[in-house]
Design a protein around this ligand. Structure first.
Ligand code: PLP
Length: 469
């Protein structure tokens, strides 16, 4: 591609992106294609000779676009959001144009030093004290894996990397049964194993009872296991469950456990001081992760990982062959020594653009609206005859179903709602029954979109009586 062609296609892509965002609300939120449709539309082999960009771009629009689910859609109420505010997309364009591999300080000092400063900004923004240092991980899953590897190494006297796990003490990690699957997978990948991730059932408040945690740890010690760590849940994926942070950390401290907090979704809300009581005491944890790529507007991927003692991450993960050393510069950070992957994208730039563009007040206003609108919808549904609220709002997430519906009927209602296209919702399982999950989190969401959601939900559930706002 000549520089002139690169310029013209970059402009074309930018124009396309702007038009896409402008008209996004008119598209069905979830892809309406059948399994295999896109795959079959792609030739079985690559072309032998290069093709014209016009044809490639045309096929992108014709074949790919219909198979996209629109995560930036204002009425995306499924899973958790993955907001990519336009300002962060602009920053990503610059990052992609430079395409630096920022694994070490010297491979782009600006990337490392901006990352250090952005993690300080985020730490302060969510009300954490200055003792925390941060790194941007690609995902909360990676942050949790890194934390669990620290738990393992710390418990095995830093011998696990060298000797493996066979024959030594068996490390145990504890969490509630409300944690995300990334905690299970971190246990698998770290070699700790599913059987040594002890899931303590959450009580009616959504927290694991501290006395049950204490009892489980004591029983493990008596049985010869090595308690290594605790994963605290702040905003579980299913229903937004939140652990009793100070009570659990108190138990963990008694038994010298490393404490990691997974606040992948809920952590962004902590930029609003009024929500911070939900994780009061979190400053006593060792490691905390939350995703600016979920509810804060930084395009995927961008996961903040804040730790009290980065030396423990470095001791667990750093490997320094001669070719990766930086000589002649003191006090530098090589963030790849804090993470499992060596290669690193320049992720801090989009945070810098985002935080400067909105300011904290701008971001707080968006999150506050989401929580308020979601709570409002929950009340409206509660007052609508035939609706059962299954779990109460946790920030902007709650769940419901048609009163008395079987699982098949609830799932059929969800499918009907998503096929209709104006909104997108997903299901979860609560006390072994399917419930419909609703979370408000799209940066483009407006209050009238919530009214549309109410109508589509009532139609999907077959409700005739409506409640006014
Ligand atoms: N933790 C929670 C509570 C989540 O909801 C999710 C994903 O939705 C994750 C962790 C994993 O996040 P990531 O996709 O960044 O690995």
């Amino acid at each position: 591609m000549t520089p002139e062609d690169f310029e013209s296609w970059s402009r074309r892509a930018a124009d396309w992106g702007a038009e896409y965002r402008r008209t996004l609300g008119d598209r069905p939120v979830r892809a309406q294609t059948d399994a295999g449709e896109i795959y079959r539309a792609i030739p079985t082999a690559p072309p032998q000779t290069g093709e014209d960009m016009e044809a490639i771009f045309e096929d992108f629009e014709k074949i790919i676009l219909p198979g996209m689910t629109h995560w930036q859609h204002p009425r995306f109420f499924a899973y958790f959001p993955a907001n990519a505010a336009p300002v962060s997309v602009v920053a990503e364009y610059l990052v992609t144009a430079m395409a630096a591999q920022c694994m070490l300080w010297q491979t782009s000092p600006a990337a490392t030093e901006l990352e250090t400063r952005m993690m300080e900004w985020l730490r302060d923004a969510v009300g954490l004290p200055g003792g925390f240092s941060g790194v941007i991980q690609d995902s909360a899953s990676s942050a949790t894996l890194a934390a669990m590897l620290v738990m393992r190494e710390r418990a095995l006297d830093w011998q696990g990397n060298t000797r493996g796990l066979a024959g030594g003490p068996v490390p145990r990690v504890y969490s509630s049964d409300q944690v995300h699957t990334s905690i299970d997978r971190a246990a698998w990948v770290s070699g700790i194993g599913q059987d040594n991730l002890i899931k303590i059932p959450a009580d009616a408040t959504g927290s694991m009872p501290p006395e049950a945690l204490d009892a489980a740890i004591r029983a493990d010690i008596d049985a010869g296991y090595k308690p290594a760590g605790l994963v605290i849940c702040v905003g579980g994926t299913s229903t937004g469950a939140i652990d009793d942070v100070p009570a659990l950390i108190e138990v963990a401290r008694k038994h010298d456990l490393y404490v990691h907090v997974d606040a992948a979704w809920a952590g962004a809300a902590m930029i609003c001081p009024e929500f911070r009581p939900l994780w009061a005491g979190v400053e006593d944890a060792d490691s905390i992760t939350f995703n600016p790529h979920k509810w804060m507007g930084a395009s995927f991927d961008c996961s903040a990982h804040l730790v009290k003692e980065p030396e423990l991450l470095v001791r667990t993960l750093a490997y320094q062959p001669e070719y990766l050393k930086t000589h002649g510069q003191n006090g530098i950070i090589n963030y790849s020594e804090w993470t499992v992957p060596l290669g690193r994208r320049f992720r801090a730039l989009k945070l810098w653009f985002l935080l400067r563009f909105y300011g904290l007040e701008g971001l707080q206003a968006i999150i506050r609206d989401h929580v308020r609108w979601s709570n409002g919808l929950c009340e409206r549904l509660r007052n609508t005859p035939g609706v059962e609220i299954v779990t109460e709002p946790s920030l902007s997430l709650f769940s419901f179903r048609r009163d008395g519906a079987t699982d098949d009927e609830t799932q059929a209602a969800i499918n009907k709602i998503n096929d209709e296209g104006r909104i997108y919702l997903t299901q979860t399982r609560v006390r072994d029954r399917i419930a419909i999950r609703f979370q408000a989190g799209s940066f483009t969401l407006t209050e009238p979109d919530i009214d549309i959601a109410y109508d589509v939900i009532c139609d999907g559930l077959g409700l005739t009586e409506r409640t006014a706002k």
